[in-house]
Design a protein around this ligand. Structure first.
Ligand code: APR
Length: 256
């Protein structure tokens, strides 16, 4: 049974990196991007390039309008899969979480902030492109609810942008380097809920594999990297990770 095999790999592991995508948050009510009914079946990704956002105030008005209606800014709650990863951390097994998600749910589930490497930023914050001040997304959404169509920086009236990485925008350099190094130095790399089609994030599993780590993939649909994985589980993340951790708890000697 694959969950037993993954549990054995976790028990044997000393430095586990968990790599997550939107699929880990669908059970929290946030749709993913590429499943049927996902975000890119409702919105055109070309509307979300940084070039478009900066091109005109009309483009910014449209994007803020979509953001306030989309699930990307709703306050969802962590699910069983997020809590299972937090338990990995309390067992002293977790080196870090490398996530493509911007929903802050790993931190909410109890993974320490310094162990969550957000390759695509965090939608709970908004940044001013002029003075670089950051504001909680909640505050900016209130400005929009009170009638502001294109929020500008309360400090310097510069352009405000959600602190998530837009298409065409560089990923946070330090985070990307850190994630790369940790992927190359772990002994087990677990992918949860990602189609592994967006780069450079999707390089991480192969960095780990090429450096000698075991690769495990939990994803409802097949990925291009399944053939490199020691374990592939095509079932839901929440139930799978709960079963895996139940088995890990039974296997870890009580003396630990
Ligand atoms: N359990 C396990 N897997 C799931 C679940 C679930 N409950 N729900 C969905 N999945 C799987 C889907 O089968 C899909 O393969 O999660 C994967 C999510 O893939 P994508 O929607 O492509 O999301 P992701 O891989 O995170 O996309 C990467 O693309 O658009 C950009 O910036 C965006 O960070 C995002 C990046």
């Amino acid at each position: 049974m694959e969950t037993e095999l993954l549990a054995d790999l976790i028990v044997a592991g000393k430095k586990v990196v968990v790599f997550t995508g939107a699929g880990i948050s669908t059970e929290s009510g946030i749709p993913d991007f590429r499943s049927p009914g996902g975000i890119w079946s409702k919105y055109d990704p070309d509307e979300f390039t940084i070039q478009k956002f900066l091109s005109s105030s009309e483009a910014r008005r449209k994007q803020w309008k979509m953001l306030t209606k989309s699930s990307l800014t709703t306050e969802a709650k962590p699910n069983l899969a997020h809590y299972a990863i937090a338990e990995l951390n309390s067992l002293g097994k977790l080196d870090c979480v490398v996530t493509q998600n911007v929903d802050n749910l790993h931190q909410e589930a109890g993974v320490p902030h310094d162990k969550v490497l957000e390759l695509h930023g965090n939608m709970r914050w908004v940044v001013c492109l002029t003075c670089r001040r950051r504001f909680p997304m909640k505050e900016v959404l209130q400005m929009i609810e009170q009638g502001t169509e294109i929020p500008d920086c309360p400090n310097c009236h510069g352009i405000l942008k959600p602190d998530a990485v837009f298409f065409g925008e560089a990923l946070p350099e330090e985070t990307l380097v850190d994630a790369t190094i940790r992927s190359q130095n772990c002994d087990l790399f677990i992918v949860i809920g990602s189609s592994l089609v967006v780069y450079p994030a999707a390089y991480m599993p192969m960095y780990a594999k090429d450096a000698g780590a075991k690769l495990a993939i939990i994803n409802l649909t097949p990925t291009a990297l399944d053939r490199y994985a020691a374990v592939v589980i095509t079932r839901k993340a929440g139930e799978t990770m709960s079963k895996v951790m139940e088995s890990v708890r039974k296997k870890i000697p009580l003396s630990r």
